[in-house]
Design a protein around this ligand. Structure first.
Ligand SMILES: [Zn+2]
Length: 100
C-alpha cells in the first residue's frame, strides 16, 4: 500500500513550536522527550486535518491562533509535569504572557 496522507495541523504545530521554543519560550526544556510530548499534547488539542495534496492557494489546517493556543497549553503542561526527572532545566517563572 502506498499511502501518503499528511496532517496539515501536524506541520502547523511543528512550525509554531519551532518559533515559540526559539523565541518566546527559551527557558523550556528542549530535550527530545519534552519536545515530543509538547507536540503530542498540542496535536491532541487540535482536530486532525489530513490532506493528500496541498494546493498553494488554499490555507489548510486550523487557524494559526488555535495552533498557537494548543502549543502554549502543551508547553505549560509538559513544563509543570515533565516526563523525566527534573534535570537542571529552569522551569520558567517569568514566562511571557501570550499576546492575544
Ligand atoms: Zn526535557
Amino acid at each position: 500500500m502506498d499511502c501518503n496522507v499528511r496532517n496539515a495541523n501536524y506541520e502547523r504545530v511543528l512550525a509554531v513550536m519551532d518559533k515559540f521554543l526559539g523565541e518566546r519560550y527559551k527557558n523550556v526544556c528542549s530535550c527530545p522527550r519534552c519536545v515530543n510530548d509538547i507536540a503530542a499534547i498540542a496535536l491532541n488539542y487540535l482536530p486532525p486535518h489530513y490532506y493528500v495534496e496541498r494546493e498553494d492557494s488554499k490555507e489548510i489546517g486550523s487557524p494559526w491562533v488555535m495552533v498557537e493556543t494548543a502549543v502554549v497549553e502543551a508547553i505549560d503542561r509538559v513544563m509543570e509535569n515533565p516526563n523525566h526527572p527534573d534535570q537542571k532545566h529552569s522551569h520558567s517563572t517569568d514566562r511571557p504572557v501570550l499576546m492575544s
